[in-house]
Structure formats: structure tokens, C-alpha cells
Design a protein. Structure first.
Ligand code: HCB
Length: 215
């Protein structure tokens, strides 16, 4: 199997909501020595995007989306186990990350958190459906450098705007950098609410996080 064929097989397994097949493809990728980050980004993630399109068009229904996302999570777990362990002696920074309250979408946020750990960040993952005040509390507690929030719905992205306000009210906005992401979020939205960075995917999230701590 070529690399491109494997990416196609990964996408197909998620679209077919076939967990066994998705795990088998992930294991094959490991056996082939492929970069786990590329397999997630160029194989499984496009599959999940296709699932979203099918759901939107009414040709796939919520129970199938749930099974497809379980297939993706299982495959990503296989690949994440093969990411290089963080061996950096100096911490890149402290990150608090979570999916905004009211939102249960956490696959992408989980990938971002994992990749940030690989790049030497100390990551505190608050999970999903996270009350806004929890970001503020955790950031204070661990003296966070970066707060990353994820929103996949137009309703919950409003929480990212409120979070900016809460951080100012708590008087810690000038001590942390904020990064926003998630399917519905854009650079325009980040600029509009005054977030310090927007990342379209996990690799970009790491790159922007490194720039934020450097700058
Ligand atoms: Co869900 N859902 N869903 N869903 N879902 C979306 C998000 C829609 C866009 C689908 C659609 O209509 N086309 C839509 C939202 C529409 C909108 O508001 N504009 C939607 C809806 C409506 C809903 C429900 C309301 C459906 C219902 O109940 N009727 C419900 C929400 C309930 C709730 O949250 N209160 C719901 C439920 C579900 C599940 C449970 C079935 C499942 C989630 C499982 C889980 O996450 N544990 C699910 C899924 C899987 C999706 C889609 C199909 C895929 C999301 C995904 O995992 N993508 C999604 C369609 C889509 O996104 N196009 C659909 C793959 C990951 C890897 O990409 O974008 O999340 P990502 O993350 C990237 C990137 O954004 C960035 O890096 C990540 C890695 O590369 N990033 C960050 C993410 N977070 C970051 C944070 C940072 O700081 C920086 C970068």
C-alpha cells in the first residue's frame, strides 16, 4: 500500500463508521513507519470532515456520526501511542485547553493537546463542555502561558468572546496568550474578539503556540 492509499483507506474507514477497519489502518500506518501526525491530518481528519458534510446534507444521521467519531478516536489512540515522547528538558510553556461550555466536540481539541505535549508544553486539558470560569481558575492555578479554547458550534464560539472578557475582569489577560480553534472558528473571529492566535489544525496550533511564547 502506498502512503496515499493508506490516507484514502483511513478516510474511507471513518466515513464507513467502521472502527475495526479504522484501527487496522492505523496499525498498518505504524507498521509502514508513517508519521502519525500526517496520518491523522491527511487521512482520518478528512474522513471526519466528509462525515460532517454528509450529516449536513442529511445523508448521514447522528447515530452514525457518533459511531464514526468513535472509529476516529480509536484510530487516533493507536497513532498517538506512537508519537515521540517529549524529551525536552526545558518546558516550552504551560497550556490550559478545553472545549467551551455547551459543546461536547472534543476530538480535535484532544489532538491539539497531545501534539502540544509532544512539543514540550505542559498541558492541562480541562475536557469538554468546560465552564468559562474554569479556564480562568486553572490558568491562575498553574500560571498558564497560553489558554486554548475549542468551539465547533456557532452557539458555543460566543463563549470564546466571553472568555476574553472574563480574563480581563480577572486581571490576568495581560499575563496569558489566547488561542482559538474549532471547525466554525476563523482568523476573522479571532481578530474580532481579540484572541492572540487562531489555528486551523493541530500542527498550526503548535507552531502558533511556539511563536506566542517566543514573542
Ligand atoms: Co457534531 N456538529 N453535533 N458531533 N459534528 C458538527 C460540528 C457540525 C458542523 C455538523 C454540521 O451540521 N455540518 C454541527 C455544528 C453546526 C454549527 O453550529 N455551525 C454539529 C452539530 C449541530 C452537532 C449537534 C448539535 C447535533 C445534534 O445533537 N443535533 C451535537 C452537539 C451537542 C453539543 O455539543 N451540545 C453534535 C454531536 C456530535 C457527536 C457527539 C456525534 C460528535 C462529537 C464526538 C466528539 O467530539 N467526542 C460530532 C462530530 C464528530 C461532528 C463533526 C462531524 C466532526 C467534528 C470533528 O471531530 N472533526 C462536525 C462536522 C465538522 O466539523 N465539519 C459536526 C475532526 C477534528 C480533528 O477536527 O475541527 O474538531 P476539529 O479540530 C481541528 C481544528 O479545528 C483545530 O485543530 C484540530 C485538529 O486538527 N482545533 C484547534 C480544534 N480545537 C482547537 C483549539 C485551539 O486552541 C486551536 C486549534
Amino acid at each position: 500500500m502506498t502512503q496515499q492509499e493508506l490516507f484514502d483507506a483511513a478516510k474511507a474507514a471513518v466515513v464507513a463508521a467502521d472502527e475495526d477497519q479504522a484501527v487496522a489502518v492505523a496499525q498498518e500506518a505504524v507498521a509502514m513507519g508513517l508519521d502519525p501526525v500526517r496520518v491523522i491530518a491527511e487521512g482520518f481528519t478528512p474522513g471526519m470532515r466528509e462525515v460532517g458534510d454528509l450529516f449536513e446534507r442529511g445523508t448521514m444521521f447522528l447515530p452514525e456520526v457518533i459511531i464514526a467519531s468513535e472509529a476516529m478516536v480509536a484510530a487516533v489512540a493507536v497513532l498517538e501511542a506512537h508519537l515521540p515522547a517529549d524529551k525536552k528538558e526545558k518546558k516550552a510553556g504551560v497550556v490550559v485547553i478545553g472545549t467551551i461550555e455547551g459543546d461536547v466536540h472534543d476530538i480535535g481539541k484532544g489532538i491539539v493537546a497531545t501534539l502540544m505535549r509532544v512539543y514540550g508544553f505542559e498541558v492541562h486539558d480541562l475536557g469538554r463542555d468546560v465552564p468559562l470560569v474554569s479556564y480562568v481558575q486553572k490558568a491562575r492555578e498553574v500560571d498558564a502561558t497560553i489558554i486554548g479554547s475549542s468551539a465547533l458550534m456557532t452557539t458555543t464560539m460566543m463563549g470564546q468572546k466571553t472568555l476574553e472578557k472574563l480574563l480581563k475582569e480577572a486581571d490576568i489577560r495581560d499575563r496569558v496568550r489566547t488561542m482559538v480553534g474549532g471547525a466554525v472558528v476563523t482568523q476573522y473571529w479571532a481578530d474580532k474578539i481579540g484572541a492572540d492566535a487562531y489555528a486551523e489544525n493541530a500542527q498550526e496550533a503548535v507552531q502558533k503556540a511556539l511563536e506566542l511564547v517566543a514573542g
